[in-house]
Design a protein around this ligand. Sequence first.
Ligand SMILES: Nc1ncnc2c1ncn2[C@@H]1O[C@H](COP(=O)(O)OP(=O)(O)OP(=O)(O)O)[C@@H](O)[C@H]1O
Ligand SMILES: [Mg+2]
Length: 240
Amino acid sequence: MIKIDNVTKVYNNLDKATEVVALSNVSMEIKSGEFVGIVGRSGCGKSTLLNIIGGLDKPTTGKVSFEDIIVSGLSECKSAEFRNNNIGFIFQAFYLDKYLTVLENITMPLLLRGVAKKDRNKLGLEILEKFGIQDKAKLFPNLLSGGEMQRVAIARALITNPKLILADEPTGNLDSSNGKIVINTLSELAKEGTTVILITHNVEDVKACDRVIGLEDGVIILDNHADEAEQQKEAVDENS
Ligand SMILES: Nc1ncnc2c1ncn2[C@@H]1O[C@H](COP(=O)(O)OP(=O)(O)OP(=O)(O)O)[C@@H](O)[C@H]1O
Ligand SMILES: [Mg+2]
């Protein structure tokens, strides 16, 4: 469903002195309904990879496709349309609109799809309740804690039932119980067929994934399916 073909991303590629190779010949395929974790040290290229999969950034070389759409070849305008139709993006830096209330922020993707206000607000309040922040609906983001902002950003990404969820450290600002709610929600969505790609530094989050990809200096150094890891473990147990 998602095919990443020999993707390399070089920042500042016009100036050798400052150029950064953020991704180097990354290839992988991700199936529908897979819950994929991406791990690796700060600066190893995780956000770069997510942004390229979501069409927010273009690879320097290589190709990314989603179903029959070549994401890496879309114009900026087509790319925004593609994201609005298919992707729920949870950004590391939230990107909430400070001039909109919590409810207006999370229902914005529905407004862009022409959903009526009454229906938008009903769905919006339901999802806020799921994450325990329904009492914040009318507030502006500057009055929220970091963890509350993070949950608003997650609610906004999930409200359209996207086919693909790209989540950049969605539990980074949450305590363990709120983190669990988020990971369980993503896990349930994956079981229902939504593809989820999750960047995380949290071991508990990784345990919930079907597959874990490790990056180091822009290169894939690990690609482990949970069932394979389980089989490998069983084989080791049997032989010992
Ligand atoms: N716009 C940019 N211009 C130049 N260099 C960049 C840019 N964005 C990222 N980089 C560099 O590319 C590399 C990969 O960055 P990226 O944001 O993908 O890392 P990351 O794995 O998400 O790190 P973190 O865990 O800290 O979020 C880093 O060395 C970073 O400094
Ligand atoms: Mg990052």
